[in-house]
Design a protein around this ligand. Sequence first.
Ligand SMILES: [Zn+2]
Length: 112
Amino acid sequence: MFERKISEDDVRHVVRSGQVIEEYVDDKPFPSREENQMKCMICKQGETKSVTTTVTLEREETTLVMRLVPARVCKNCGEAYLDDKMTSHLLKTAEQIAKAGVQVEVRDYKAA
Ligand SMILES: [Zn+2]
């Protein structure tokens, strides 16, 4: 058993390795705004769209499930992107519940 902090890399790994559970709710609560398009960094072809998704963050004894997380996902390859603010929010929340000794925490993301 070794202690380690959940790092930003872990989150990116979680996202990259496809552990973002695909419960996309298309265009809700974010209306389609085509002017805010972003090209996918992986396939370089797809455009990304705004979705809400469920992010599961696991460490040895703690699992954080955050629902209704605003993210962008590539229409072509399905790569999901979280912005930096969201990433650090998830990390902070995971650290808090780990410190509190909670094993599984399910939360709905609410913008501050
Ligand atoms: Zn892509």
